[in-house]
Design a protein around this ligand. Structure first.
Ligand code: CP
Ligand code: NVA
Length: 310
């Protein structure tokens, strides 16, 4: 299919896609994963190039997008702030105009969501959010896919969010609104969810709990994240104190359903937001989540470049 023959779509927030599109993507991800596991070559993106722009550190996002794009037959260009003109104040709009004339897809990890949006507004090709201060949709895409693999649909179920009201929490709330489940949110005071920033219109898709243990009651999935996200390191000491009781431990997992899963986007700090026995225990699916970043993002890249196939 010729470039430009499908309408230009970006993936900047989880809510950029409908429930019906997610159903398609999860099916594609499962098929793409199966082919990968069976060593079956599948290269629909031959001669296509992905540019990755990292303004923050990464392990999983870098490896999953880069390996995924090569497996699909394409190639990858990796840029960071320090080794490109991005770090020397070239306007993001100019960078978008230039980069998007040479590649077929762009993935960006940066600080403010508005920078990503400015890039997308001046890009000729699809732009993917690889994490911003506000959102991390690719991670929640992989996490929902992982839940489906283990337990089936999340519709009507309860996800407990224990910890910071951060980019992951916001993306979980958007997923709840679109896919029809409820998030039980427990954050320390001062680190609450802001529904306006989270970008949700239906506040009925989440419930707030002061006590993290109460948030975990009856949950099908318990999930957390670091106390201090990238870009907020100056708040580290204050956060360590504020978050001390927001550590997912065996007692919290026992408050959840017997068959509850534990997820963490990683990297994790054992002894801070989660105990070692939980993250390394039988309910934890964190390694599946990490692997599924690649399979889910391969489905995402295929969809953004080629539209629906098969
Ligand atoms: N979960 C995640 O995005 O990991 P990285 O920061 O290693 O990319
Ligand atoms: N909330 C974390 C996620 C890291 C993948 C951060 O933004 O640093």
């Amino acid at each position: 299919m010729k470039p430009g023959s499908i309408p230009l779509r970006h993936y900047l927030q989880f809510k950029d896609f409908s429930a019906e599109e997610y159903a398609y993507l999860f099916e594609r991800a499962a098929l793409i994963k199966k082919r990968f596991k069976e060593y079956e070559k599948y290269t629909p993106l031959v001669d296509r190039t992905l540019a990755m722009i990292f303004e923050k550190a990464s392990t999983r996002t870098r490896v999953s997008f880069e390996a995924g794009m090569y497996q699909l037959g394409g190639s990858v260009v990796n840029l960071t702030t320090g080794d490109s003109q991005l770090g020397r104040a070239e306007p993001v709009e100019d960078s978008a105009r230039v980069i998007s004339r040479m590649v077929d897809l762009v993935m960006i990890r940066t600080f403010g969501q508005t920078k990503l949006e400015r890039f997308a507004a001046h890009s000729r090709v699809p732009v993917i959010n690889g994490l911003t201060n506000e959102y991390h949709p690719c991670q929640v895409l992989a996490d929902v896919f992982t839940f489906i693999e283990h337990r089936g649909s999340l519709q009507g179920k309860v996800v407990a969010w224990v910890g910071d009201g951060n980019n992951m929490a916001n993306s979980w709330l958007q997923a709840a609104e679109i896919l029809g489940f409820t998030v039980h949110v427990s954050t320390p005071g001062g680190y609450e969810i802001d529904p306006a920033v989270a970008g949700i219109t239906n506040t009925g898709c989440y419930k707030v709990f002061k006590d993290p243990m109460a948030a975990c009651q009856g949950a099908h999935l318990v999930t957390t994240d670091v106390w201090t996200s990238m870009g907020f390191e100056a708040e580290n000491d204050a956060r360590r104190q504020a978050f001390a009781d927001w550590c997912v431990d065996a007692e919290m997992m026992a408050a959840a359903r017997k068959d509850a899963l534990f997820m963490h986007c990683l990297p994790a700090h054992r002894g801070e937001e989660v105990t070692g026995d939980v993250i390394d225990g039988p309910q934890s699916v964190v390694w599946d989540e990490a692997e599924n970043r690649m399979h889910a993002q391969k489905a995402l890249m295929e969809y953004l470049v080629l539209g629906r196939v098969g």
